[in-house]
Design a protein. Structure first.
Length: 338
């Protein structure tokens, strides 16, 4: 009898390996190769409880609040006075100005210094929550946008769980925002000091990448050998890099542990773990395999647009609830009559 299924290769990952990938652990050694970042650390308990509580409590409108967050607040009727009243009613609820004013001020100062930023916690960015901002990106031009993104993200919730599990200090990373071309983002898999695969990170087809693959591989090999290996404590890791035109300098965006939890993109983990040959693949989406990956990223973490709109507007919530109730009643009536 033959087995027609693959046996999963074991891939142990230590606590230390995961801790090495915390942003503040590696950033100092890679400053020259990474977008400018500021790290607020350690985050007070109040800030963590704020992220963990249900709902999103924003501070009262301030003069620099974006039109977007101002509208949100107005819809909820959260003027300064009734916001303060609410505060007295629900006393164990965390709110920025009352419970972590210092961090709140630090975030504002950093945005003032760097301009728009993109936030992340120890390991993850709220990539699944871009739907909550009007520009549909993780670009934050003011502090309330940082709160909206972090609160709406499941990936951030996973970071909180992992941080509690490992009992480590939490940190908020604010990276200076730049308009990055997703076609030029790559994920490099390094095992025991050797590159075992490179994948395009954004799973769309970009025809102009194909003739450049060999040139990119040379640059990535050099980057891993000359920049990563001498500075990073592990010999196995997965890095996200950015290679803007004119394709000379590689920028480090993130370091991830070499574990199954890290998305292998156009590879399978079994392939990466068992790779022994010389000469690895740089995999790109081709015209032919585009369909396989066409599903929307983070779709499992997204909610329908009308639910989002409704969550920001109490009248819309009521309407939506009424619509759903009617629909359910209709379905019930139909199944009763069958
Ligand atoms: N400074 C920046 N300016 C603009 N966009 C950025 C910046 N840094 C990162 N990004 C974008 O955010 C995306 C996610 O960033 P990052 O890799 O740090 O998140 P992550 O949560 O660790 O992702 P993963 O779970 O895939 O490891 C990047 O792929 C990039 O498109
Ligand atoms: Mg990452």
């Amino acid at each position: 009898m033959t087995t027609d299924y693959a046996v999963l290769s074991d891939l142990p990952c230590s606590k230390e390996q995961i801790e090495n990938c915390i942003y503040s652990k590696w950033y100092p050694a890679f400053k020259r190769f990474t977008p400018k970042s500021r790290i607020i650390k350690p985050l007070p308990n109040e800030f963590i409880r704020y992220l963990e509580q249900d709902g999103i409590k924003l501070p009262p409108p301030e003069h620099e609040a974006s039109v977007y967050t101002r509208v949100t607040i107005d819809h909820d009727g959260n003027t300064r006075e009734n916001w303060e009243k609410q505060g007295k009613q629900e006393s164990d609820e965390m709110r920025p100005i009352e419970h972590f004013l210092q961090v709140h001020q630090q975030i504002k100062d950093i945005i003032q210094e760097l301009g728009p930023v993109t936030p992340k916690l120890n390991w993850s960015s709220p990539r699944d929550a871009t739907w909550i901002l009007p520009n549909n990106t993780t670009k934050c031009s003011e502090v309330n946008e940082v709160y909206l993104l972090l609160n709406a993200s499941n990936y951030i919730m996973h970071d909180l769980e992992l941080g509690h599990e490992l009992n480590c200090e939490f940190e908020l990373v604010l990276r200076q925002w730049f308009a990055l071309n997703p076609a030029l983002e790559f994920r490099i898999f390094v095992k025991d000091g050797k590159v075992v695969g490179v994948s395009q990170r954004d799973l769309n087809y970009y025809h102009y990448l194909h003739p450049l693959a060999d040139q990119f591989k040379n640059l990535f090999d050099r980057f891993v050998k000359e920049v990563m290996i001498p500075r990073f404590p592990d010999k196995s890791f997965v890095i996200d890099v950015y290679l803007p035109r004119p394709f000379e300098k590689v920028y480090l965006i993130d370091i991830n542990p070499f574990t199954r939890k890290t998305d292998p993109l156009l590879f399978s983990w079994n392939e990466l773990i068992n790779f022994e040959a010389e000469g690895y693949d740089l995999r790109l989406i081709s015209e032919n395999n585009i369909g396989r990956f066409a599903s929307k990223e983070h779709s499992e973490n997204q909610v329908p647009r009308d639910v989002v709109d409704a969550s920001l507007d109490p009248n819309a919530i009521r309407e939506l609830a009424e619509k759903w109730t009617k629909l359910l009643e209709q379905q019930q009536a139909e199944s009763d009559s069958e």
